[in-house]
Ligand binder design. Sequence first.
Ligand SMILES: Cc1cc2nc3c(=O)[nH]c(=O)nc-3n(C[C@H](O)[C@H](O)[C@H](O)COP(=O)(O)OP(=O)(O)OC[C@H]3O[C@@H](n4cnc5c(N)ncnc54)[C@H](O)[C@@H]3O)c2cc1C
Length: 368
Amino acid sequence: MTGPRIAICGGGAIGAAIAYYTARRGAQPVVIERHAVGGAASGKSGGFLALDWCRGSALDELARRSFALHAELADALGNPWGYRGLTTFAGHAAERPRAGARRLPWLAEGVAITQQLGVPTTTAMVEPHGFTTGLMRAAEAAGATLQAGTVVELVRDPGGAARGVVLANGARLEADAVVIALGPWSLMAARWLPLPPVFGYKGHSLVFDTGDAVPAEALFLEYREASGAVLSPELVPRADGTTWVCAISALDPLPVDPAAVMPDPQALARLEAMCRRLAPALATAPIVARQACFRPVTEDGLPLIGAVPGVAGAYVATGHSVWGMLNAPATGEAMAELLLDGAARRVDLAPFAPGRLAPLDPARLGGA
Ligand SMILES: Cc1cc2nc3c(=O)[nH]c(=O)nc-3n(C[C@H](O)[C@H](O)[C@H](O)COP(=O)(O)OP(=O)(O)OC[C@H]3O[C@@H](n4cnc5c(N)ncnc54)[C@H](O)[C@@H]3O)c2cc1C
């Protein structure tokens, strides 16, 4: 007997993780992706992971479970995405530096370390594009299917239950259940389902080819520009010899087409100028990616994970904000339990119930 057919809308880390965990349980997930698997935030983010940085919040249990699953996945699937533990520090830096604080040898003189935030057993990283595509490949090996296409509507049976999706080319994909995992584009699904709003928050990043000049030390800094503006750069050195750095976020409008997301050249120039001052290794390193992406954010900052109220067969998993890479595995595992067993067992999904927030009035989305 074959398991249920599940239409998963969106091939980001969340969609890929749901596909992986449902396929391994014998279901038939189909991931529908409009642009490229890992082509949005799930391929351009920091990929930074932390065991206990969500303590005291409703995310704590999900994050701890997911941190453990990341290590398990890397082990089980051969770690093609460079998962590794990191030592993590906080500090501050300025274009006009202050003297006298603790320093790390690879950083410029003006960068002062104020606190150690993690050790390799509590903070880690994955290369996010490799992680998302690798998980999708593992899902396919377990029986999932990847389908290129743009989801434009929901298919409902006469009783109103979700029974698949309609693609932009008019094709209908029939399914027993539908999962909205469209990241910030999940907002569009509020046209067909009673879903709370999901916003996109844009972040810029650069990837430097630093070779072995940067040790496995991640940084969360406060950086004061000469103008007085304060940036919060994050540096994540990767196992492949590159270093990812981000700062400069903006509430820019989200393009309808994920392929149309472009960085703002001025933001990149500011980011590059800052990086060149932070470390000699960054001052000279070639830049191998200049990019921007949108993270999905809800009104209360918590993800939406669960059944959509009032529409049988419809589910949502999005709004993971700054912790989507960290929380993808536990979200995938919990969604597989919910879809296939009727309830999540390992993690309590109650804090993430989509019904906790008022649904968006579809009229507010206009006709575009
Ligand atoms: C600058 C930045 C840094 C970050 N750093 C970290 C970090 O260090 N650690 C961490 O845990 N998280 C981090 N995040 C957050 C993380 O990247 C996101 O939470 C996560 O990638 C969201 O994954 P997703 O699968 O929900 O969405 P996405 O990755 O956005 O995937 C959604 C997919 O849906 C597709 N799609 C859109 N419309 C359609 C349609 N109509 N039909 C079919 N497909 C469609 C898109 O093409 C896309 O592939 C960061 C985010 C940003 C922006």
